[in-house]
Design a protein around this ligand. Structure first.
Ligand code: HEM
Length: 406
């Protein structure tokens, strides 16, 4: 779990590095005497080639509109600042702007980081996200072809045992149903422009995009409710313990027929899914709320500050992450993070859906009717069956969970 968390942090730090890296690092001083210190053709070309340009020579040269010398000088109404200096100050967010309404975000008139965000959203995010999902699907198809459906090995008993109560199944399907809707509408939002518009045209895509956004924004609450329900109901069964080591030692018996490591209510693989869903679910909800209420819940500058204090980005040679973010940058990071977490979660859930349906005989019943074949339960959750038997023996009024004598 710790490793997974570190990997997620590193992946994000890597992405952050790409969009936020200070453009002044590792630059040779450039001779700008020919332009009197202003930018050169080479600066412009570099920027167009997407290379790093040291912007310090412009960023810091924004004049002083308040200087007494300036006001009396021939520069006129701008005081000590010339037109280009004023535009530079606007561009780099250092101009003194007063607005009659709106928050701090209304004082940002230009935010060129937005172009980097757009490039990341259209580029690496969409590309690697699509690779991840396609790779997961290919892996699952290969797994199915090589391993086939995991069958109940022993003789079926014809008896069932209650695995999940109605309230547990309700919580699961609330979470699952909302997640599937969120995943589909989220993917439409990210890929619609270049995957769906060419197929159905802009006019038809308009209502689709509008409906997607509406569903995505509103169904998110059902997802959060499902997440809380699932957490409360199952957390006690998902605390790692020594039995998990036996499960890990034989790869959960997933790769070989007839191998059934002992497990209680949830095996180690399921615990990974549970904690994956909880940790990623909380993170995707937090960044989602930040997107749902623009500029109200900025959370990245403070998170970066904490990560820097822990030394995590420095540990992997990325240097400290930026801790002063414009309101719009906060939103851009929230969007990127929200999508990265979504891709990771969708990939994990695709594998979960596979194993909970076609991949394993008898598994779906647990969430369908709530009743599973006793032999299935003995093979996959042997210790849990013993616990249920034990509880029934010590209880005076056995319910329909009663495990029949052999
Ligand atoms: C069509 C979609 C899905 C199917 C068929 C499905 C099926 C199942 C089944 C059969 C179980 C119980 C396994 C057992 O008895 O041991 C289960 C458990 C669980 N499901 Fe789903 N599920 C689906 C979607 C989802 C989604 C979208 C999420 C979360 C976003 C989710 C989260 C969980 C969690 C946390 C558990 C408990 C841990 C585990 O068994 O892995 N499920 N699911």
């Amino acid at each position: 779990m710790k490793r997974l968390a570190l990997a997620v942090v590193l992946l994000f730090a890597f992405l952050v590095q790409g969009i936020a890296q200070d453009q002044t690092q590792g630059q040779q001083p450039v001779d700008r005497s020919a332009t009197g210190g202003a930018q050169t053709l080479e600066d412009i070309m570099k920027r167009q080639r997407g290379e790093k340009v040291d912007t310090g020579f412009r960023r810091n040269e924004t004049g002083d509109p308040n200087s007494a010398a300036g006001i009396s000088s021939q520069l006129g109404t701008l005081g000590g600042a010339s037109d280009p200096e004023l535009w530079r100050a606007l561009r780099y967010g250092s101009a003194d702007i007063t607005v009659s309404s709106g928050g701090k975000e209304a004082t940002v008139l230009m935010q060129d980081g937005g172009m980097r965000w757009l490039a990341w959203r259209k580029g690496p995010l969409a590309t690697y996200g699509a690779y991840l999902l396609a790779g997961t699907l290919v892996f699952l198809v290969l797994f199915f072809l090589l391993r086939g459906r995991i069958r109940i090995d022993g003789e079926k008993t014809g008896h069932t045992i209650t695995r999940f109560k109605a309230i547990e199944r309700f919580g699961h399907w609330l979470l699952a149903g909302s997640f599937i809707l969120l995943a589909i509408t989220g993917l439409i939002t990210l890929f619609g422009r270049f995957a769906i518009i060419p197929l159905i045209g802009k006019d038809a895509f308009g209502p689709v995009a509008f409906a997607s956004k509406w569903v995505h924004n509103n169904v998110s609450w059902a997802f959060m409710l499902g997440l809380v329900m699932v957490f409360v109901m199952w957390v006690a069964h998902n605390i790692p313990n020594k039995t998990d080591l036996k499960w890990i030692a034989v790869g959960g018996g997933l790769l070989k027929k007839g191998v059934h490591p002992p497990a209680r209510k949830f095996n180690f693989g399921q615990k990974l899914v549970f904690w994956g869903v909880i940790v990623l679910g909380v993170s995707i909800s937090a960044s989602g709320i930040s997107l749902l209420f623009p500029f109200e819940f900025p959370m990245f500058a403070v998170t970066f500050e904490k990560l820097n204090a822990l030394g995590l980005p420095q540990l992997v040679g990325l240097g400290p992450l930026p801790t002063e973010l414009a309101p719009h940058e906060e939103m851009q990071y929230a969007q990127l993070w929200h999508s990265i977490v979504a891709f990771l979660m969708i990939a994990m859930i695709l594998a979960h859906i596979y194993i909970g349906s076609v991949g394993m005989e008898g598994a779906y019943d647990a969430m369908g009717s709530g009743e599973v074949e006793l032999q299935w339960a003995r093979e996959h959750h042997g210790l849990w069956v013993k616990e249920v038997e034990e509880a029934q023996r010590s209880s005076k009024a056995p319910d329909k969970n009663t495990v029949p004598a052999e």
